[in-house]
Each structure stands twice: as C-alpha cells, then as structure tokens.
Design a protein around this ligand. Sequence first.
Ligand SMILES: Nc1ncnc2c1ncn2[C@@H]1O[C@H](COP(=O)(O)O)[C@@H](OP(=O)(O)O)[C@H]1O
Ligand SMILES: [Mg+2]
Length: 455
Amino acid sequence: MSVFPSNLGTKTPQPFFFNNNFLKTHLKLFVSFHNRNYPKSRNPILCLPNSNKKPLFSDEMEKNSNWVAAIESAPDGKYDMELEVAVKAVHVACLLCQKVQENLIFNGNEDVQAKDDNSPVTVADWSVQATVSWILSQAFGAQNVSVVAEEDIEALSKSNAISLLSSVVKTVNDSLSAASIFGIEPPVTALETTQVLEAISRCNSTGGPTGRFWVLDPVDGTLGFVHGDQYAIALALVENGEVVLGVLGCPNYPMNKEWLDYQNGYRRILSRLTKSSSESWGGKGCVLYAKKGSKKAWMQPLVSGDKGWVWPNSARPIKVSAIDNPILATFCEPVEKANSSHSFTQGLAHSVGLRNQPLRVYSMVKYAAIARGDAEIFMKFARAGYKEKIWDHAAGVVIIQEAGGVVTDAGGRPLDFSKGIYLQGLDRGIIACAGSSLHEKIMRAVDASWNSSSL
Ligand SMILES: Nc1ncnc2c1ncn2[C@@H]1O[C@H](COP(=O)(O)O)[C@@H](OP(=O)(O)O)[C@H]1O
Ligand SMILES: [Mg+2]
C-alpha cells in the first residue's frame, strides 16, 4: 500500500465494493472516495470493482506518479470528484467545439442561428450543453445535478429545426462515443432525440443563495466562435452562493500569446492555414481549472488524437503575472465595443499610465490570459442597464483568484453569484488584475472619471 502518503496512519484500509459502472471505469475517482473519508474517519477506504475483487491500488496506481500528485494537490479531498468530472467534461466539450468550428470555418456547412437578442447560436452551443449535462448526470445522478446554463430548447423544438436538431443529436453522440479517451463510459446505445432534448432542458436551474448548482456557458464568445477566433467553454460549481470550482476550456488559446489579440489576427492566421496544416498545428488549446481556497490554479494541454489521458494529465500550475508597473502592463477587454466601452477603458488606461495597446479578445479567454500571466488587467464596462450573467464570469473569477489575482466590481466588492442568473448589484463594471496595486489604481481611475463618462 505504498501509494498512500506516509502520514495516513497505520489503520488497514477497508475494502469497499461497488457496482456503479461509471466509477468502475474511473480509477482516479477512487481517490476522492478515499480522501472524502480521510482524515475524518482516519480509516482510508480501499475501492474494489465488484466484478473481479482485484484491488485497483498497487500495481496500476503505483506506476502512476500522476495519481500521487493528485492526492498531494488536494489534501482535504473536498470537491475532488466534482473537479475531475468537470475537467473531463470540458475536455470533451473542447474537442466537440473544435470539430464544429472547423466544419464552420473550413467547410462553411454549419448552421448559425440568431437568438431573440440577435446573438448567434450554433450546433456547438446545444451540443455542449447536452453533453456536459449528460456527463454530470451520469457521474452524480440526474436527481443530484442542478445546472444553470445559457441555452434552452425553444429554437430546437420548432418545426423548421428538424435538420438542426438531428445535427445536434449526431454531434452529441459522436462526442460521447469519443469520450472514452478520458475514461468516460459512453451511453450503451446512442442517445435518442428526446434524451438529448431532455439533457439540454434539464439545465433549467435559476441558481440562488443556497444549495449546490453548476453554472455552464457551453460556448462563451459565440461571435468569436463563428468568426474562427477565440471562445471558451466555462463550467463552475457554486455552493451556498460561492463559486467553489471553476473550469475553463480555451480550445484556440495559441502557443504565441500575440495571436490572442483580435487585431493581430488570429483569425487571419487561421484562415491562411489549410485544413490539414491546422490539424498538425499542435500546441494550441488548454483547459484551466481551480478549486476555491486551494491557492493553486492549473492548466492542462488539450489532447490531440486518442492518446491515453490519465488524470491529472500533465497539469501544471499557473500564476498571474508579477508585473505591477502600469507602463509594462497589458489590459484586455471585449472585442465588441457594444459589450464594453472602449472609449471609457482607453481613458482609464491613459490615466493610470498604461502604454501597451489593449488586448481585445472574445470570451472568457480574457480571464484565462490573466490567470496564465499573459496580461495583467481585464476590464469590462457594459452599457447602463446591461445585466451580467453568472455563466459569463463564475469559472474565470475563481481561476484568477486562485492563480493569485484579484477580481471585483468597480467598487471593490466581490462578484455576487448568489442572486440568481444575474450578477445583481454589480457596481459599474468588472476589474480583474494580476495584483492589488494595479487593481487599486484602476478603481481610483474609475472613481475619478465615472461622472464625466457617458456610461
Ligand atoms: N450588450 C452587452 N454588453 C455586455 N455583455 C454582453 C452584451 N451582449 C452580450 N454580452 C455578453 O458578452 C459575452 C461575450 O463576451 P465578450 O464580449 O467578452 O466576448 C456574451 O457571451 P456569449 O457569447 O456566451 O453569449 C454575452 O453573454
Ligand atoms: Mg457567454
């Protein structure tokens, strides 16, 4: 039993037999069982598959140094199982989106629909929502899973949406059958249309101050997605109003951070590549995650092909930038000036002495850029009356905070995820910084210029 850290004590682990197919295929999840019961009971549980009663510890786990790393990185074990399932679900979603985006950009044969507010929605939005919802329900039981998410099935259920719906069903089934790379057992038979619709519409929680719910933005930055540019898949777990886990999939996060910038032309670079060269263009894409209070945030590369994937799969820690001098700092903001006032942030940048051009990026990839240390400041000042949704921020906030950064509204208050689907009571805008000194400077600049702004 040498895989146990030496401080586990001398009690003999008690065998624990189970039937659950999902867990049987997920060796790493046993760690969570073990951690959840230790040290409370000081009596570690040894998990055995019911079928052959052969311990799964020993050889397989001893060989796997990643497994030991996983234990050490989460000493109290709380939310470990949720984190692992969420990270895997986001990886599956990233692969799904990459395929749909490729089809859209290179073959031009994906449907882009307009929602009531005119924002775009694609097969990927519904398919990711269905896929993530299905994976969470399989892992934890549908009755235990409550999800706040961006999409509903209204448009999909219209009589003229038959071909769109069948694309969604096919995309979901294709991605679930490929999910075994991550040790996720696919459905025994392909999901029926009604099951896919049910998985999407099950995500109808409205959040709130108590209990536990997941928050999902299946494709954040849909405009970036349809332009062949940056977008993100964002999944967070909220418990009693606090974000406790955040997972951010950024399938197009480039090797070269300069390419992040819309103006530097990620899209143009992409469009110059042929389909086959983009397939061999390794190194883009990552999944970031963090657990509240761990003071650690992690990044994993996206898988390519069907290489074996073992949790925590080459995760490496990320940290915010150490730059606190505004002259050297870079700030990021939305590409669309309709989503955040570029003229207001330009004034702020000038008044605090920022010299670099703003890094304009679609989606929560901006949160990823701060957490990875590729930029120092993120500001968003939406037009008066716009209500920010929790799914556009939850995952990113906890990842930046655990990577060492600061995220508040412009009044210095934490964002409040306990009031339903909106960030109620948000003071003027959102400011995320690598450090508190930059953060204070920006807040002071907002106070000084707010009254003369047109916001
Ligand atoms: N008028 C507006 N003001 C501010 N944010 C808006 C907006 N309209 C849409 N958004 C939000 O901005 C998100 C995109 O972020 P960004 O502008 O940073 O790329 C959108 O997410 P979706 O693309 O998931 O709908 C949407 O939630
Ligand atoms: Mg969004």
